[in-house]
Design a protein around this ligand. Structure first.
Ligand code: MN
Length: 195
């Protein structure tokens, strides 16, 4: 049984970048529903004994969309909400993460710019991810629906949700404004811990 991971901050803590009202729906309704539907889809099956990442890989490989979509969305949202903070412990990448970003993208600004452009370019509902391959090399990728790096054997490091439910109450159709604002609440220590 999976449970709804509590937000690591108060609902109003991320305002004005993400409003309490958006979090109330996004975390309290959308994510809660993915958790509930995942539990219903795996109950009484061998998948119920596996960790979330294994459920994602197996349901992706076996073509079980009812399981995969909900499992993917639970992991995607947990990682999305966890990486933000009202007063981030680290407001910029540093150390090994900074070096890896500079190796892949040249500068931090170039990374942010390419990442936000990729997020703006996701057609319809999906996610933009910073991911690492088995050699530690970083790349940016667009994913549709619930898809994510875990399903493809890559390490998930940072993600921005571009489903409309993530930003419509606060930004309406202005997805690029939402993406640009998210940098202000990033806790880079959380991302570094995923390397
Ligand atoms: Mn979402």
């Amino acid at each position: 049984m999976f449970t709804l991971t509590p937000l690591p901050y108060a609902p109003e803590a991320l305002e004005p970048v993400i409003s309490a009202r958006t979090l109330e729906f996004h975390h309290g309704k959308h994510l809660a529903t993915y958790v509930k539907n995942l539990n219903a889809a795996i109950e009484g099956t061998p998948l119920a004994e596996l960790p979330l990442e294994e459920i994602i890989k197996k349901s992706f490989a076996d073509g079980q969309p009812a399981v995969f979509n909900n499992a993917g969305q639970v992991l995607n949202h947990n990682m999305y909400f966890e990486q933000f903070a009202a007063k981030p412990a680290a407001s910029e990448p540093h150390g090994a993460l900074k070096s890896a970003l500079e190796a892949a993208f040249g500068t931090l600004e170039a990374f942010k710019s390419q990442f936000a452009a990729a997020g703006a370019g996701v057609f319809g509902s999906g996610w933009v991810w910073l991911q690492a391959d088995s050699t530690g090399a970083l790349s940016i990728a667009k994913y549709s629906g619930a898809d994510n790096p875990v399903a493809h054997g890559l390490k998930p490091l940072l993600t921005f949700d571009v489903w409309e439910h993530a930003y419509y109450l606060d930004y309406q159709n202005r997805r690029p404004d939402y993406l640009a604002a998210l940098w202000g609440i990033m806790d880079w220590n959380v991302v570094a811990g995923r390397l």
